[in-house]
Design a binder for this molecule. Sequence first.
Ligand code: 4NP
Length: 170
Amino acid sequence: MAKEIGVLFVCLGNICRSPQAEGIFRKLVADAGLRDRFDIDSAGTGGWHAGEAPDWRTQAASERHGIPLPHRARLFEVGDFDRFDHILAMDRSNLRDILALARDDADRHKVRLLRELDPLADVVSVPDPYYGDGDGFERVFQICLAACRGLLRELTARHRRTPSGPIDPA
Ligand code: 4NP
């Protein structure tokens, strides 16, 4: 059966930022005891790295924080609009590329910038660390952590269950 809340993180290559955000969000959801309610994944708007493990520098940064990343890169596809309720882009370029594939307003309304969920962020993009130094990967970890905390706060409030069982749509 499909999970109640589908969340997809999207970047360009799906080997640095979005698998990092996916791993962090999985951990936050598991720690909150909500694993059964979420379908969580990540994808890239480019397919060059499809099938690959996350960049070794992303894996190193994540494992320093106790979060392994078993994900394999894949290309974002139109069917992701059907599977996921919330599609979180890492930067404006990713956002544009995802929106270019949207079929209607229902698809478009699912797409946001991840960093907009961090109330303390003063910019909206998660910087691409691929061509930078090792510090960039730790920075991406911290940026994704802050934003994923905000995302989980928002989703748990939005999908709050009423005492009688069904989801309160407020
Ligand atoms: P990501 O980083 O979008 O965070 O996965 C990149 C990974 C690979 C490339 C660009 C960005 N690339 O050009 O191969």
